[in-house]
Design a protein around this ligand. Sequence first.
Ligand code: NDP
Length: 327
Amino acid sequence: MFKSLLINKIESRYTAQFSEIAESDLPEGDVTVNIDFSSINYKDALAITGRGPIVRHFPMVPGIDFAGTVSSSSHPDYQAGDKVLLTGWGVGEKHWGGLSGKARVKGEWLTRLPAGASSKHVMAIGTAGFTAMLCVDALLNHGVKPEDGTVLVTGASGGVGSIAAMILSSIGYHVTASTGRSEEATWLYQTVGVNDIINRAELSSPGKPLQKERWAAVIDTVGSHTLCNACAGVRYGSIVAACGMAQGMELMGNVAPFILRGITLKGIDSVMFAKEKRASIWQQALQHLPETRLESLTTVYPLSEAINVAEKLLSGGIRGRAVIQCS
Ligand code: NDP
């Protein structure tokens, strides 16, 4: 038996509670993994609290990412003892996820732990950091260079935002953080490595369709009016990488930045991102995020704290990454 966080919905009553589960209760799959670490991402927080329609069927073990050791496998690529990680593929939404002592999944969803990386290190990066790396990769592929000027990162105290800002800073970009948390200024400057901070209120209301070309590029984790203002203020021909919706899902903007400044709005999805490209994104993320540097933006909690952490994340009480120790 092992401990899992189990979400249930009976009639209209939504519950998240810890249960003892047997391996025979796990869903179908060809690889069983002993989980070392998972993490709490925005989506996990919505799933655990029931504040967003993330879970597709019940009961569900949440946890959209995990890292651990294969305990048994009938998949040709994996055998007992292999170190693996998983992000996305609907795990923790449609298929039981990582906030548990064990998971059983499809081998095709797994990525081998990169050489030299620990389970804790890759979960400090987790889905949030993998997505941040995808956003930075989009800027690099677009040809944005450090000498082009300031890159704006929104939701900068959150998991995706803080890691995106840290990666950009490690490459040498000048980074402006948009945040609602003035109390995190010292942490953002000294630990994350940003150069300037603006109050997120500057971007969160409807703005002019074309604004001063202030940003060399933007990584946006919050959506809604913030995303529209980011598009209105990014430099001619440049790019806004949009991955999140912490402010809102809606997009009520103006086509002017697209047709008069030729900007690109690049959507970033980590869930179904191509399997064959994942190892290289992980390598890049690990290169920019050594474990010692990441420790300063990561807090590790026991599995028993996962519900409290989810509540805190949605109320702005978690900065950086929340890693969950599952064994
Ligand atoms: P966090 O909760 O850690 O960070 C979100 C941040 O957004 C907060 O820390 C806060 O930053 C900011 N924020 C929160 N509410 C508002 C608001 N009302 N208006 C403006 N800013 C706000 O979440 P994650 O970093 O894990 O995820 C960020 C977003 O990215 C989420 O929407 C998530 O669903 C999405 N995501 C998408 C993925 C993909 O594949 N596309 C993968 C992973 C995440 P601050 O306090 O600094 O203002």
